[in-house]
Design a protein around this ligand. Structure first.
Ligand code: AHR
Length: 503
């Protein structure tokens, strides 16, 4: 199959936000305790942090880490997780997420705010804290900001200093609640007005502690929902002065259309790949709708300001849904869906401000770390994030795929090849996914007004679409370098290419 990728280097969409390389850690099963933090593991450092997990997070360029939840956030009291570890309480919340999964139990509180900051500094990531809008209060959230960001000379800042952190943590990003429009969420808001009223109190209190923080408000939990369809617009309009970003969550398997988790598990791999490729078109629509809502509301304002979208939970979740353990073994097929997310972040770079893959380790995870041992593996999807780091620092440019497509169930045309590109001072990066399970594709590039030479390329491919990395076989699917003048993508593969450019 032959396909032409038209790239318009002069039509810039926006600078790619460094924060789209974010991740998420939550006290859910063995993500934090036994994954990020595991003093009993021989692979852990002096603070009890798994060194292999941190090394992989650095390799993936994890730029931001969301904490403590998720559905756990509305149960979490930050004061339980600071100060001498021996005096921190063991708390039993027994909360449940929408899947009925038990959250945050047991909460040992040995990984709290200061551990998060220390972990983030070691990895080179920004902390992103979600405050408790369930059992918490605006005052508790305000005090958390003060603890983190005040220099000294106030009650909570002085407590931080007493805990051994003389410098403020300077946490910029804060989320006001999680999935609060979802009836499963502790602290659920019946409607947008209910959320707006409460969130305003939180925003005021938190900004009083530090006016420079950036606030992410809860959008309607999943985009393109029938329920609460005016939620986002109302939140944006009524809280405009406080909003830096509005959130959405997107799990492949849990969206409005084609939500048929059980059937997917047993689908023939080629069919599944095609099916998921269509499914991923929803994420583009979600960004389009969000952009429209942000623009509409901005037009009503006397003073406009940039507002972004925080996709602060995303990833494939269609194998372990409804099961006791949220462990997904990510195959080559899933790696291509992860790549589709990154293509969407690039295509929507004008509004895709923050993205946090859910989650970093052991739970719906990019990484696998066996508790108490040094066994470790990187799942296929973690390599995808690493490959897309080539785009870091660039500006997204318009791409158009002129090639074959297939008819989907909801979308009349699903292209076999999905593409995105970023421009940099002396080069262009092109990201190409071949979603055809049997045919290789030769891609020709068209860049009007620009001379270019293919410099290097990396491919992620395995002839078995169901191949995955496991603790026993950690390097089954890994990227490899390719050379040559031609772009030839094997069936079911991802290619990231760097082109040297001169006008
Ligand atoms: O990431 C797992 C859970 O899924 C999170 O706790 C929740 O926010 C989401 O529904």
């Amino acid at each position: 199959m032959k396909t032409t990728i038209h790239i318009n280097p002069r039509r810039k969409i926006g600078d790619l936000s460094p924060l789209v390389f974010g991740s998420f850690i939550e006290n859910l099963q063995d993500c934090i305790y036994g994954g990020v933090y595991d003093p009993a593991s021989p692979a852990s450092d002096e603070e009890g942090f798994r060194a292999d997990v941190m090394a992989a997070a650095r390799a993936m360029g994890v730029s931001m880490v969301r904490f403590p939840g998720g559905c756990f956030a509305p149960y979490y009291h930050w004061r339980d997780g600071v100060g001498p570890k021996e005096s921190r309480p063991l708390t039993r919340y027994g909360a449940a997420n929408f899947n009925g999964q038990c959250m945050g139990w047991p909460e040992l509180n040995t990984f709290g705010t200061n551990e998060l900051i220390s972990w983030c500094r070691k990895v080179g990531a920004e902390p992103y804290i979600c405050v408790n809008m369930g059992s918490g209060s605006p005052e508790e959230a305000r005090d958390w900001v003060e603890y983190c960001n005040h220099e000294k000379g106030s009650r909570w800042a002085d407590l931080r200093v007493a805990h051994g952190y003389s410098e403020p943590h300077r946490v910029t990003w804060w989320a006001l609640g999680n999935e609060i429009s979802g009836p499963w969420e502790f602290g659920h808001a019946e409607n947008a007005s209910d959320y707006i009223r409460r969130a305003r109190e939180y925003a005021r209190a938190m900004k009083q502690a530090d006016p420079n923080i950036k606030l992410v408000f809860c959008g309607n939990h999943f985009p393109l929902m029938r329920e609460n369809r005016d939620w986002n617009r109302e939140v944006l309009e009524k809280l405009y002065e406080y909003v830096d970003a509005i959130s959405m969550h997107h799990y492949i398997g849990l969206m409005a259309k084609g939500n048929c988790v059980g059937q997917w598990k047993d689908m023939e791999p080629g069919k599944l790949l095609a099916h998921l490729s269509e499914y991923m078109m929803e994420i583009d629509d979600a960004y389009r709708v969000m952009r429209g809502e942000i623009r509409f509301v901005s037009h009503l304002q006397p003073h406009r300001k940039p507002i972004g979208v925080a996709l602060d939970e995303y990833g494939p979740w269609y194998k372990s849904f409804g099961e006791a353990k949220l462990s997904e073994s990510y195959t080559m097929i899933d790696a291509l869906q992860m790549a589709a997310y990154f293509n969407a972040f690039i295509r929507h770079a004008d509004i895709a401000l923050v993205s946090n893959h859910a989650q970093l380790v052991n739970v719906l995870a990019a990484l696998l770390a066996e508790e108490g041992t040094a066994r470790f593996a990187r799942q296929t999807i973690s390599y995808v994030q690493e490959m897309y780091l080539e785009n870091r620092g660039g500006a997204a440019v318009d791409t158009w795929v002129d090639g074959e497509s297939f008819p989907g169930k909801f979308y009349p045309q699903v292209a076999w090849v999905d593409a995105s590109a970023t421009i940099h001072p002396n080069h262009i990066v092109v990201n190409l996914i071949n979603r055809d399970p049997v045919r290789p594709v030769e891609c020709e590039l068209s860049l009007p007004g620009m001379n270019f030479k293919l410099k290097s390329g990396k491919i992620l491919h395995h002839q078995d679409l169901t191949a995955a990395n496991t603790l026993d076989r950690p390097e089954c699917v890994i990227p490899h370098s390719v050379e040559g003048e031609k772009i030839l993508l094997p069936p079911g593969s991802l290619g990231v290419y760097t082109l040297k450019t001169h006008e």
